[in-house]
Ligand binder design. Sequence first.
Ligand SMILES: [Zn+2]
Length: 408
Amino acid sequence: MINRNYLECLTCGTKAMTRTAIGHSDHQEFAFPCSKCGVEIRFAMKLDQSAPSFSYDWIKGAKWVHEPTLPDLPNIHYLDGENLIPKNMKGNFSPFIVTSFLPKDPAEYLRQRDVRFFASQQVWPKLKELRVHAERRNATLFDKLARDLHYDGNLNDWQDRLRAELWAIETYGNWFRPFTSADEAFIRQRISLAESIAASDHHLVTELTSSHNHHALFTECQRVRDAFAQLYPALSSLYQTFYWREDSGSLDDYQLAEKRFAELKTLYVDCLETFCRISVIAATIEGEIQIGAVAVPKAKGTLTVAQFQAVKNGNKPDVLKKLPLADLFVPFINSKLRNGVGHNSAGYDVTSDEIFYSNHNNKGTTHYRLPYIRFCETIVLIYRQFELVWLYAAWLIARAEGVKGRIM
Ligand SMILES: [Zn+2]
């Protein structure tokens, strides 16, 4: 559904038409420069998916006006938060139609896209609820919800229930990490190899949990999922690129309509921090395999789990890149971007549609700019990878709570 509206720039009085696609989330926020004076115009919409209904929430830099005062055809802003917007619309009126044939299998892509919308908006709140029942040890409510989620294993004790919860989270996470099954097989193989080597001594799990409070880790991971689920509709169109044909082109030819830098930067920082925490578990598993001890191997000697945990995230890749799991982690740890966007001076520039940030060190300050869509792509890529390496975290959480045997 598309809603048309008309606005007038508060700075120069230029009028424009907005054609806004009504999306799947509770909140949408769009920004674009006035076509004449370049000042940022930003507005938000409130949506009620259960009604369904929507309303215009607030607007900055412009005011809404009635249609009849407009000259012939005003400049038009196509605001579709859930499809990639071609920079050149070539006379097309719908971003959805322009981009719908980019995937190799358009029908399969749309099916998976619908599942992801459903998962992020409907299933995720249930998984949060499951966590509440688990924390409050409310077996009746937990079991009822687990069965509603189609879990059909035993629910005789809290180990069973944790297994059920981890199953539900993994099923959920799977939708957000398409085309990662080869890496998933690698992770499972490394975990079971390390477990078979460590079978005689149980220090692996105890040492990991002592430096890595698994309750805190679980909470942190849930927070990342929660933030991502809320922002997912505004990032969802980027998932299309995983399904593209080889000749489908470049993301540089597209932009995103929703501009949510303030929320996204927090999500990015939290996701990267959690991701780096999980890398400690993964590196320790490699240590167990390589040297049969609970330690992280490096070029010369080893680090204890606590020592590696304390290594700055920006320096963790120096150790990780020597391990067989390097490709799972190293390409995703961009500490320049992380430190830049974590700083107050980072922001979004509507005229160039770029984010800007800077790094400060003893050599001075370096300024960077990155297209907004590339920043969002970075978030989608690291979240997808987070859902993959979550398998390490899930393993530790399960073992620390005494779950035996196969976890998922
Ligand atoms: Zn203006």
